[in-house]
Design a protein around this ligand. Structure first.
Ligand code: ADP
Ligand code: MG
Length: 305
């Protein structure tokens, strides 16, 4: 098999640890594997079949592409190359539309709520006029305020007072504020559930550092092994299916009322998970990519076909 890993990191930066690890695992299994960099693609619409070029040459025939969308802004534009691959019949995981849904916290909340997947109480407001309503709807202070497009914990803040909350509501030109119930019960811990092809392949507990409520590893959070319940497994799998992703990292908080899904990452890091828990998630991801490619074979026309 020819397995491509599609990296969205700036060309000036090296590929991520995860991208390199996926390539190594695929190669060790005897496959051809290569990391492609999104900035080196060209799209050409000139009435011929040369639509997708890489460094000016026809994009070679690959059996499956694993996308690693790390961009945070103008997602739909930045990942149009994924759409192009899909239109040409190249199997890609994760796909264009599910990635766009997952990168937008508001969109993913809407979908999860629609499918009755438990989420923290959330109110979305566009003006400080509705702060009272929002705080009341999510059960009172303190509350969490976040932007629909944050990542790595950036832009996730806690407000202890309404005055504080109002002063935080000017940081973004989107004027879209997600006010969320602060799930205190979880005590700065959350659970990362790594789902591939509808199965849980790895789990990790993340604990926030001292004086921090956010458990992101990038902010000093520490990982550890954790056993999750059948209910938690079930919720994580349902969340990934609701967004139509082939693989994802689901963040779950243990609230007083039971597990709630915080977010679904369409480009989940797994370096920390593998290091802290010793669980190999790269191998099941590569195995699934191969299985996926095989199931899509009749549809595959390749470049220009
Ligand atoms: N409603 C909440 N209650 C308690 N902790 C939260 C809440 N929302 C976020 N956090 C903490 O902040 C971290 C980052 O929030 P998250 O919504 O996952 O944003 P990001 O996409 O930036 O990681 C979470 O991993 C969790 O530890
Ligand atoms: Mg997160």
């Amino acid at each position: 098999m020819r397995i491509g890993i599609l990296s969205f990191k700036a060309i000036s930066k090296v590929a991520s640890k995860e991208e390199v690890r996926l390539k190594k695992v695929a190669k060790a299994k005897g496959h051809t594997a290569r990391i492609f960099r999104s900035g080196r693609f060209q799209l050409v619409y000139d009435g011929t079949a040369r639509r997708l070029l890489y460094d000016g040459k026809l994009f070679p025939k690959y059996d499956v592409i694993i996308s690693r969308v790390s961009v945070l802004r103008d997602i739909d534009l930045n990942i149009s190359i994924i759409k192009q691959m899909e239109m040409m019949g190249i199997p890609v995981i994760n796909r264009y539309t599910p990635v766009i849904k997952a990168k937008n916290k508001l969109k993913s909340m809407q979908i999860m709520d629609h499918y009755n997947i438990p989420i923290p109480k959330t109110a979305v407001i566009r003006s400080t006029k509705f702060v009272d309503l929002a705080v009341k709807s999510v059960g009172g202070l303190p509350v969490i305020i976040k932007s629909p497009f944050g990542s790595y914990g950036v832009g996730v803040t806690i407000a202890e007072s309404k005055r504080g909350l109002k002063s935080m509501m000017d940081w973004e030109n989107t004027n879209m504020y997600m006010i969320q119930e602060f799930v205190k019960f979880s005590k700065g811990k959350d659970i990362r559930v790594f789902v591939v092809g509808g199965k849980v392949v790895g789990t990790m507990m993340r604990s926030a550092g001292r004086g921090e409520f956010r458990s992101n590893i990038e902010l000093g959070g520490k990982g550890s092994k954790v056993e999750i319940t059948e209910e938690e497994k079930d919720i994580a799998i349902k969340a990934v299916q609701a967004l139509d992703l082939e693989y994802a990292g689901v963040d779950i908080l243990r609230s007083k009322e039971g597990p709630v899904v915080l977010e679904i990452n369409a480009n989940p890091g797994f370096k920390a998970l593998e290091q802290y828990t010793g669980i190999d998630v790269a191998t099941p991801l590569i195995d699934f990519a191969i299985e996926y490619a095989e199931s899509k074979k009749p549809l595959f026309y390749g470049n220009g076909g």
